[in-house]
Ligand binder design. Structure first.
Ligand code: NAD
Length: 482
């Protein structure tokens, strides 16, 4: 395993001009195992300039669409060919379960396959304006697409943007997450091996407030995809506002599941054992709130206690259920939320404390009941293995509680009554709604938020329109009468 990485700029691996480095630790032990160069403003300039050359020389848009599709299929194949190595880096730097890392690698490849299939289907329209005129539209890439990526699913999130950007002919500059940048370098290697044009992808690492801010403020970017917290997203939008740079904002969530009185309780149990706790709750669309019909509350509290007390806390490489949080800072943040929940009157079912095994950033799986709408634990994104249980009497009340936060990323309903399921899916303010399950989807299913969870869509055909501009062409073809 390579222990030092440089930035990938204009098709080659470049030393940082600043000489600054970032150390990467293993969240399961707290020990540093690798480092990478931090990109300076000159490095950001070079990466953006390489992307600009790729755009102006039409390296992607000049290819026949099917050829671009074939390039993307080769990238998918190269990612799959390196899957064990990529998953190993991902597991070490994020602390996640190795099986989840394998899934993330294959999911990352699937974005290139999916969008490759759209390469020759990105059609404009003929518009009948009459009077001897041909009027038609073309889908035109923005040009240089800057992409800022979080640490929780670093390659999955980067690849869903990269694939949509490439099929539409944009050249990408990615700012990798400074806490988990390594697996993304192996995605750059897959681009190299597949023969992607120089400048179609650059990968820069660096702290958000430095390298991330430099990229967002760069005068020569045409488009930006930000995936991260709402607060950072706001800062990035301020940086883009003066130049009116369009953006996709994929922000946080506080996603509710509603358990109706007639719910299949085996399904509820199965879902609550995974949906809030996958990647130790460090998941934007985690089911962090369960809103339970009062007649089922006692049963759900018992299920939660039983599930959580059987979870094994430990390293991702050992396939433990609850793996470490990404950093000590994140662990302290989660601990503070749990302490606050107790002070506000929420009742602890299980957990609530750090777990100090092996020097890693472990936190016990945690759940509270007796949570009410206004409590911080119901309103704010904790980003840890923490579930809040609330209760309701009437379905309308459950919807009000579910919609009563600033977020709108995902939501779910558990019921056997499909009339009720249909009514609720219509009422819930979320970009994705699941019925009797959680997290259903794939490369073709659009993903994105409502309300303060952001705007724009990733994945699926809906994403295309967020990576292109529509150009209208009106062509007079009749000869003038005079
Ligand atoms: P974050 O907002 O702290 O950082 C995200 C990225 O922004 C990182 O690369 C960081 O370096 C960079 N950054 C930080 N400050 C910056 C600045 N001033 N200018 C430019 N870039 C800056 O988020 P995080 O802690 O890495 O990730 C967790 C958050 O991401 C959670 O809120 C989670 O819900 C959200 N998320 C959303 C989705 C989605 O699809 N909606 C997916 C994954 C994660």
């Amino acid at each position: 395993m390579k222990n030092h990485w440089k930035n990938f700029i204009a098709g080659s691996w470049s030393d940082s001009t600043s000489g600054d480095q970032i150390e990467i630790d293993d969240p399961a032990t707290g020990l540093v195992f690798a480092s990478c160069d931090a990109a300076s403003s000159q490095d950001v300039d070079r990466a953006v300039a390489a992307a600009r050359r790729c755009v102006s020389q039409r390296c992607l848009t000049g290819m026949a669409p099917a050829e671009r599709g074939n390039l993307m299929r080769r990238i998918a194949q190269e990612i799959r060919a390196a899957k064990f190595e990529i998953a190993e880096y991902l597991c070490l730097e994020t602390g996640k379960k190795l099986s989840e890392c394998n899934g993330e690698v294959l999911g990352s490849a699937s974005y290139f396959d999916y969008f490759a299939g759209l390469s020759d289907k990105l059609e404009g329209r003929y518009i009948p304006v009459g009077g001897g005129v041909i009027d038609y539209t073309m889908l035109v890439p923005y040009g240089v697409s800057a992409q800022i990526v979080p640490w929780n699913y670093p390659i999955g999130i980067a690849c869903r943007s990269l694939a949509a950007a490439m099929v539409t002919g944009n050249a990408s500059v990615v700012k990798s997450p400074e806490l988990a940048p390594l697996a993304l370098y192996l995605i750059a290697e897959a681009f190299e091996r597949a023969g992607a044009p120089e400048g179609s992808l650059s990968v820069l690492c660096g702290e958000g407030a430095k390298t991330g801010a430099m990229l967002a403020q760069h005068l020569d970017i045409d488009h930006l995809v930000f995936t991260g917290s709402r607060v950072t997203g706001g800062k990035v939008l301020h940086a883009l506002a003066d130049r009116a740079v369009p953006a996709i904002m994929e922000l946080g969530g506080k996603s509710p599941g509603i358990v109706l009185a007639d719910a299949d309780m085996d399904v509820v149990r199965k879902t609550l054992s995974t949906a809030p706790f996958k990647n130790s709750g460090q998941n934007c669309a985690a089911m962090t709130r369960l809103i339970v019909h009062r007649s089922r509350l006692e049963q759900v509290v018992d299920q939660v206690r039983d599930v959580l007390s059987n979870f094994k806390v430990g390293p991702g490489k050992d396939e433990c259920d609850i793996t470490p949080l990404i950093s000590e800072q994140q662990r302290q943040r989660v601990a503070a939320y749990c302490e606050g929940a107790g002070k506000e009157g929420a009742k602890l079912i299980f957990g609530g404390r750090t777990d100090d095994q092996g020097g890693g950033y472990f936190f016990q799986p945690t759940a509270f009941y007796g949570v009410t709408s206004e409590m911080q634990i119901n309103q704010e994104e904790v980003f840890g293995p923490v579930l809040a249980l609330l209760s309701f009497d009437e379905p309308e009340e459950a919807v009000v509680i579910a919609n009563g936060t600033e977020y709108g990323l995902a939501a779910g309903v558990f019921t056997k009554d499909f009339n009720m399921a249909h009514w609720m899916t219509d009422q819930l303010e979320a970009g994705a709604v699941f019925v009797n399950d959680w997290g259903i989807g794939g490369a073709g299913a659009p993903s994105g938020g409502m309300k303060r969870s952001g705007y724009g869509r990733e994945r699926g055909q809906d994403a295309i329109m967020d990576y292109v501009q529509v150009k209208n062409i009106g062509m007079r073809i009749n000869r003038s009468a005079s």
